[in-house]
Design a protein around this ligand. Structure first.
Ligand code: SF4
Length: 361
């Protein structure tokens, strides 16, 4: 009987799809969202839970636990002559040796991570940058010491928080090992930003974006087509493109607005106070956004909420869903031709908003 016990580490609710694609190790540096106020979200992915900073002791203990599981797996692989690889033989042996591993989320997470190469880590939850810079630097440093082979460390961040950090702090965080940030711009239109209670202006967001880029941290920006409904579609498309043109992030990722039950914007929609775009209107809005975009970014549609339609072979997405997307500006004309073709497809073949909302969950 093996005496070693698997100790669980905390794993939060969500991560960006691209981090799921690379099976990133998920480590929770903070809990929930410190803002919880955007009217389309309301911190719903985190159950509207109260925001908490985790202590350095908790964070380091979780890293130690992930490391202990990783060691268990790699030692078993080495003992079986598999040179650290996760083969079916290794997995069988691990489940024999540690029967509780079958029911351990932490074990499964580390196993999948190592199997995918063990190179990427995502720091959960909604805004790790809110940690004091020396604390974040210390925690990332500890993580890199435990796993020197890590090549990419990523986190979500709020632009407002970045705007309060000095450039020197951002450089220190990058030097510690943080290599990519995901930020939600949603829209570059100030009227809409105010309406959705984003808590940041377009200018503050652009300045935060510039600061991140200047600190040599990779930047992924999220935009939300459809967020302004019929009423604000033109200004939403145009101003979102104009803000992104000011700092040209590495990635721009599209997630179409879909009402999440229990959020103020979903209530507005249910009352009939929010006029959702029809599918062609949504595709047209994306087209207008692309037309006005002047960036060197990769434009990605890597989420289930992006425009799709029913075909003989099932649901087809208008744009491909790859995590590396379309390279701008080289593929701009190609993207605009995709938009033109999509507008020729019968609108009734596109899912309704309610169905899109289901896809988002
Ligand atoms: S969109 Fe982000 S910042 Fe806004 S409430 Fe949701 S998790 Fe918080």
């Amino acid at each position: 009987m093996n005496e070693t016990k698997i100790e669980e580490f905390e794993i939060g609710a969500i991560r960006p799809p691209s981090e799921g694609g690379s099976h990133s190790l998920l480590l929770r540096f903070t809990r929930n969202c410190p803002w919880n106020n955007c009217t389309f979200c309301y911190g719903a992915p985190y159950g509207r839970g109260k925001f908490e900073l985790r202590t350095m002791e908790e964070i380091k203990r979780d890293i130690d636990r992930a490391k202990a599981i990783s060691d268990m797996i790699q030692e078993t692989s080495a003992d079986l002559g598999q040179g650290g690889e996760i083969t079916p033989k290794v997995v069988d042996a691990l489940f024999q040796k540690y029967p509780e591993a079958r029911y351990s989320n932490s074990f499964t997470s580390v196993l999948n991570w190592l199997n995918a190469g063990g190179k990427t880590v995502f720091l959960q939850d909604a805004n790790s940058l809110i940690m004091k810079t020396p604390d974040l630097v210390e925690a990332i440093g500890y993580l890199k010491e435990a796993f020197p082979e890590i090549e990419r460390i990523t986190s979500y961040a709020r632009a407002k928080t970045v705007s309060k950090k000095s450039f020197e702090s951002m450089v220190a965080i990058r030097k510690a090992g943080l290599s990519r940030l995901h930020m939600g711009l949603e829209t570059g239109d100030d009227v809409l930003l105010k309406k959705i209670h984003k808590g940041v202006t377009a200018r503050e967001h652009a300045d935060a974006g510039k600061k991140i880029m200047a600190a040599a941290i990779e930047l992924s920006e999220y935009i939300m087509p459809g967020l302004g409904g019929k009423e604000m579609t033109d200004q939403h498309a145009l101003n979102t493109a104009l803000v992104l043109n000011r700092f040209s992030p590495h990635y721009i990722r599209s997630r179409t607005f879909a009402p999440i039950p229990g959020t103020p914007l979903a209530d507005e929609y249910a009352r009939g106070d929010f006029q959702f775009l029809r599918p062609h209107g949504l595709v047209r809005e994306i087209g207008k956004f692309i037309e006005n975009l002047d960036v060197k970014s990769k434009l990605c549609f890597d989420h289930a909420t992006n425009p799709c339609y029913r075909s003989m072979s099932g649901l087809r997405y208008v744009f491909h869903q790859g995590y590396e997307g379309y390279q701008m500006p080289q593929e701009k004309e190609h993207l605009l031709s995709i938009v033109e073709e999509a507008l020729k497809i019968d609108e009734n073949r596109f899912p309704k908003v309610e169905e899109m909302a289901m896809m988002a969950r």
